[in-house]
Design a protein around this ligand. Structure first.
Ligand code: G4P
Length: 528
């Protein structure tokens, strides 16, 4: 198959949700329906073992499994689907955000009983900033849940995009009768059960005005009927271009645990989600179907054996064809690598493991040659824009227990900072302890553990009064100078020396914004 044909059949998406909405269950069912796994339970088992992990050592032991399963590849219909997991719970970290830069669409799972929850909002903000198209799956209709109309308006409020229901639930909980497919004008009757791997044998009843449906589902259907009429009047037509621009989200209802509504989501990914598009580099725009390979490292993960400083760099292919053993240049250093031992991800067919195209994710084990944001090419010097660093939300001061190891602490933190494991801030004021910034608590534990095992440094982490950081810029250098001098106690420099303002409350940031109108504050900094 030619490169353009391979690109066209790729769909790369992240699955996002608040913990417990049913992300793991849905992931597993998507794999099941695509035929990529045979039995339910494999993905779930991994999650269970991760839950049990009480400390970083345990988590690290499991990295071997999670490296391979945080990216899942499957074939469905004539498409190759790459599904990227965004960890929740304690695993939440900056990686989670960066995963969203490597996808072309997102699947948002909402627990119908809880509606939009905090972690979903955080992830959505990143999708919104990048105009990532989002498909919405409302889960757990087999339970007593919120009114579907309320969910629609809540999602619209939070997303700032129009929700276009493709299906509508008939009843819920005990009275859950199925979903009405608004566009095909037919009802799909709910059947509980784990055994189905396809919706082929589902019972379908045509026609919203069909008396048979009304009779069989009684008041649940009368209500659904009214709501569907309302939606048809109130919501705009689905516009594919508006979806691709992140302005509309198609919405589906179902029950992942019962394998109900899963195939509709898979079909929506194939039919609606975009294939990989062009990526912007500083030098030029890179087309996905160009003959030459290029790719970006969007995530670096410590591997099983920390003693060997082994890492897996996750590379999103941007263009061309990747083949095992090909020579690649690291644009930042000019170094050449020949990745032979590429980590392959779950898939049905062998040939997928040996080559990759735009949208695919490959894992390259290395010993630190590859850093976050690195670009790999067949020789061209390219630097992609858009790999973001997000303003940390949690801070700790760090000191070394043995002052003689101060230098090792700095080296370790610089390297871990470059890798994106944590953000390191050096206070402008003399004598201040280094500050670590993270978006997830686990990042601190990981860094303390890695400083010890990889750099021989016992670090002491201490609470910090800061709760927010904003990078800042100013057009007028004098305004910049004045701001930095007057706020020296709150200013620190990150790993690439970009200055940031550290605040202990949102109010403090607001005051600074009011006092210094010439300064622009940024919650995100792009790599490079
Ligand atoms: P997560 O990855 O988003 O954190 O969620 P996960 O899939 O683990 O699901 C969270 C809980 O919700 C699980 O129950 C799961 O079985 C349940 N669940 C998922 N989909 C549905 C659904 O469609 N209907 C209902 N009623 N429940 C659903 P648990 O008790 O926490 O775990 P388990 O003991 O069932 O594994």
């Amino acid at each position: 198959m030619s490169i353009p044909d391979e690109v066209k059949r790729r769909r790369t998406f992240a699955i996002i949700s608040h913990p417990d909405a049913g992300k793991t269950t849905l992931t597993e069912k998507l794999l099941l329906f695509a035929g990529a796994i045979q039995i339910a339970g494999s993905v779930k088992a991994r999650k269970a073992s991760r839950h049990a992990a009480s400390d970083w050592m345990e988590i690290e032991k499991q990295r071997g499994i999670s490296v391979a399963s945080s990216v899942m590849q499957m074939e469905y219909r004539d498409c190759v689907i790459n599904l990227l997991d965004t960890p929740g719970h304690q695993d939440f970290s900056e990686d989670t955000y960066r995963v969203l830069t490597a996808v072309d669409a997102a699947l948002m799972v909402i627990d119908a009983a809880n509606g939009v929850e905090p972690q979903t909002i955080r992830l959505l903000q990143v999708c919104r900033a990048r105009n990532t198209p989002i498909i919405t799956f409302v889960n757990k209709l087999d339970r007593e849940v919120r009114e579907p109309l309320d969910l629609v308006s809540e999602i619209e409020d939070h997303l700032g995009m129009e929700v276009i229901p493709f299906s509508w639930p008939v009843g819920m909980g005990r009275s859950f009768g199925g979903v009405f497919d608004i566009r095909r004008d037919q009802m799909r009757v709910f059947r509980a059960g784990e055994a189905r791997h396809s919706n082929e044998n589902d019972e379908l009843i045509p026609g919203l005005e069909n008396p048979e449906i009304a009779k069989r589902f009684g008041s649940a259907f009368t209500k659904a009927h009214e709501e569907i009429e309302l939606i048809k009047e109130a919501s705009p037509e689905f516009d594919h271009a508006a979806f691709l621009a992140g302005k509309q989200t198609p919405m589906f209802f179902g029950s992942a645990i019962n394998n109900f509504g899963v195939q509709e989501v898979l079909d929506a990914l194939v039919d609606l989600a975009p294939s990989p598009g062009p990526r912007t580099a500083l030098q030029r725009e890179v087309q996905p179907d160009e003959p030459k390979f290029s790719g970006v490292v969007f995530k670096v993960q410590a591997n099983m054996d920390p003693a060997h400083r082994d890492r897996v760099a996750f590379v999103r292919v941007s263009s061309g064809r990747f083949e095992r053993g090909m020579r690649l240049k690291v644009a930042r250093t000019g170094k050449e690598i020949r990745p032979n031992n590429v980590v392959s991800f779950l898939s049905q067919r062998r040939e997928l493991l040996d080559e990759a195209y735009a949208g695919d994710i490959i894992g390259i084990p290395n010993h630190g040659v590859l850093q976050l944001g690195d670009v790999l090419t067949e020789g061209e010097s390219l630097q992609f824009t858009g790999l973001p660093f997000f303003a940390p939300e949690l801070f700790q001061a760090v000191e070394v227990k043995d002052p003689l190891r101060t230098k090792q602490l700095r080296i370790g933190l610089t390297q871990l900072g470059e890798e994106g494991a944590i953000q390191v801030f050096r206070p402008q004021a003399a004598g201040g302890a280094l500050l670590l910034g993270a978006v997830g608590q686990l990042q601190f534990e990981v860094v303390a553990h890695r400083l010890k095992t990889e750099y021989g440094v016992e670090a002491r982490l201490m609470p910090s009064r800061y709760t927010m950081a904003r990078w800042f810029t100013a057009e007028d250098p004098k305004a910049m100078r004045k701001f930095m001098d007057s706020n020296a106690a709150n200013i620190a420099h990150d790993v690439v020396d970009a200055p940031a303002f550290l605040a202990s409350s949102p109010a403090q940031l607001r005051v600074a914004q009011e006092l210094y109108p010439g300064i622009t504050f940024h919650a995100m900094r792009e790599h490079g």
